[in-house]
Design a binder for this molecule. Structure first.
Ligand code: FAD
Ligand code: SIN
Length: 547
């Protein structure tokens, strides 16, 4: 191995950089990132970061909204941690230099869907993520943290039983019975590829932190940039860590829908400021769907829009802010205003076409409230992790908050050394799920050649906002067939495609098994929630057995 570090962190979005800045105080840190430092979802975040810091608000109220939005699957302990530690993490971001917007010297707070009161801090109007990313990358640079750009992690190196480095193609359905911690297998480092030279290098570490973001590129219509290919989730699954809640993929209700223009997010905060959704005929339709109208939970608004599109035959509905003060609109949403204007639309003058787009991966690498995965030495935070705070449907702007709350807890946990030999990572306190399952054995079959576009078309059509057994079974067969033809990845595009394919299989097989509708997972053949499904679906490679 090339070098040994106390911390290797994969990813340079908010989760990775914040973790790196904290970890720097406790040891040597290496950050690997597959593109330029700011190529990530974080930089595109618009609405802001939720925290119960306004007058009349409290962690308890924020917790209630989070649980309510999560449709019965929020892990209450994790959500309590999220909301209780929110204000302190906001203070940290302010100290690091994030320039949150203010009104009369007080932090400005916006309203977003399913929040019971204004609670969302923002920066530069709708440029929150860009400001956060710029601030954290500047601090990381000043602190002298080593960031290896254009370096893609391709494999987690594992020591202990099953610690081979062979990538697998699926496994059996047999579930290992396990309740113990998987203490005997340990993440010992990572293999990574310099995407400019093709050189592969292994980096050893005591603590490996996945901060690789989500998998929004699974879908053809997505708010996520090209970089969001679910790599960390795929790497963790192959290494034997548990993956959970993958069937819950959040579709944002409003992305700009214009032929030839990328689906650009139109923030929920636009509806928070009074934006109205209308169909092609100009009729406002949300009040009839939900008491909170345009500010109902995202899954409800997304499906209502889809329904309206199907009824009118249009590929979009309209978002109307023409009744709002144009100066307010331009000042509050400068990015959105500019993007639309460049596309030929003045949002202050006429309603703009919008439709739902894939937005956020609620499932991911299963962690406890300390960001520990089920594998010793392996931590996850940010969008690649599933802490349980979002349940079946994430509350708006809770994602940026989750990244900082749990990145901080990961670093705190790595300092607990009572149960580890010097230089070793502590045992994980995250137990294996007793009922974890594995992906079905992939079978060869007829399928068009595998490309990212073909994969995205399949998932958009068959594993999208609305699914059923027939569409999911069809998708399972095609994905399995693709898996059997997959060659060993050798560069960034092939690695990303393999990772997307694995994530697609996890989403699809989980969605097929969950015979109900809940939160973001909607099945026309099981349109209601079912009490027996008030539980999580967790995947683990069948060959990984507890010691
Ligand atoms: P990211 O910021 O995506 O960073 C992931 C990093 O991992 C990147 O640097 C990437 O290059 C790197 N990486 C990935 N795989 C590898 C690999 N194999 N090897 C090396 N490096 C790798 N949330 C909110 O709370 N509020 C909002 O207002 C909001 N608005 C949003 C708007 C848009 C358009 C989008 C797309 C998302 C929005 N979200 C919002 C969600 C939020 O931005 C993300 O969930 C959050 O930024 C994720 O941060 P992260 O650090 O976990 O991942
Ligand atoms: C938005 O601004 O609508 C995105 C907020 C989020 O994803 O939480």
């Amino acid at each position: 191995m090339a070098d040994r570090y106390d911390y290797v962190i994969i990813g340079s979005g908010i989760a990775g950089l914040y973790a790196a800045i904290l970890a720097r105080e406790h040891g040597s840190v290496l950050v690997l990132t597959k593109g330029s430092i700011d190529d990530c979802n974080t930089r595109w975040a618009q609405g802001g970061i939720a925290a119960p810091v306004g007058p009349g608000d409290s962690p308890e109220k924020h917790l209630r909204d989070t649980i309510e939005a999560g449709a019965g699957l929020v892990d209450e302990e994790a959500a309590r941690v999220l909301t209780a530690e929110a204000a302190d993490r906001i203070d940290d971001l302010v100290r690091l230099g994030v320039p949150f917007d203010t009104v009369h010297g007080e932090i400005a707070l916006a309203r977003e869907g399913a929040h019971s009161l204004p609670r969302v801090l923002h920066a530069g109007g709708d440029a929150t993520g860009a400001h956060i990313e710029l601030t954290l990358s500047s601090v990381a640079r000043l602190e002298g943290i080593t960031v290896l750009e254009y370096t893609i992690a391709t494999e987690i190196l594992v020591e202990g039983p099953g610690g081979d480095h062979e990538p697998r193609r699926g496994g059996s359905r047999t579930a290992p019975t396990a309740s113990a911690c998987d203490n005997h297998r340990r993440a010992a480092g990572v293999r990574a590829l310099d995407t400019r030279t093709g050189q592969a290098t292994e980096y050893a570490c005591r603590n490996l932190i996945l901060a690789t973001g989500g998998a929004g590129q699974l879908y053809r219509v997505s708010t996520n940039p090209q970089v969001a290919t679910g790599d960390g989730i795929a790497l963790a699954y192959r290494a034997g860590a548990e993956i959970t809640d993958m069937e819950f993929f959040q579709f944002h209700p409003t992305a700009l829908r214009l032929t030839g223009v990328q689906p650009f997010l139109i923030s929920e905060a636009v509806r928070g400021e009074g934006g109205i959704l209308r169909d092609e005929g100009g009729e406002r339709f949300m009040p009839a769907c939900h008491p909170q109208a345009e500010l109902a939970p995202r899954d409800i608004v997304a499906r209502a829009i889809l329904d309206r599109m199907q009824r009118t035959g249009a590929d979009h509905v309209l978002l109307d802010v023409t009744h709002l003060d144009p100066h307010l609109v331009v000042a509050r949403f400068p990015q959105i205003y500019r993007f639309c204007l460049d596309a030929g639309l003045d949002i202050t003058q006429r309603p703009i076409p919008v439709s739902p787009a894939a937005h956020y991966t609620m499932g991911g690498v299963r962690t406890n409230t300390w960001g520990e995965t089920t594998m010793r030495g392996l931590y996850a935070c940010g969008e690649c992790a599933c802490t349980g705070v979002h349940g079946a449907n994430r509350l708006a702007s809770n994602s940026l908050l989750e990244t900082v709350v749990f990145a901080k807890r990961v670093v705190r946990r790595t300092l607990v050394q009572t149960d580890a030999r010097p230089g070793e990572s502590p045992a994980t306190t995250a137990p294996l799920a007793p009922d974890a399952i594995d992906l079905s054995e992939p079978a060869p079959g007829e399928a068009a050649p595998l490309t990212r576009e073909a994969l995205q078309d399949l998932t958009w059509r068959d594993v999208g906002i609305v699914r059923d057994a027939a569409s999911l079974t069809r998708a399972t067969a095609t994905l399995g067939a693709w898996q059997t033809t997959l060659a060993q990845p050798h560069d960034r595009p092939s690695q990303e495609l393999a990772d997307l394919l694995l994530c697609a299989r996890l989403v699809t097989e989980a969605a097929l098994r969950r015979e109900e509708s809940r939160g973001a997972h909607y099945r026309t053949d099981f349109p209601e929630p079912r009490e027996e499904w008030r539980r999580h679906l967790t995947f683990r490679r069948a060959s990984i057995r507890p010691a």
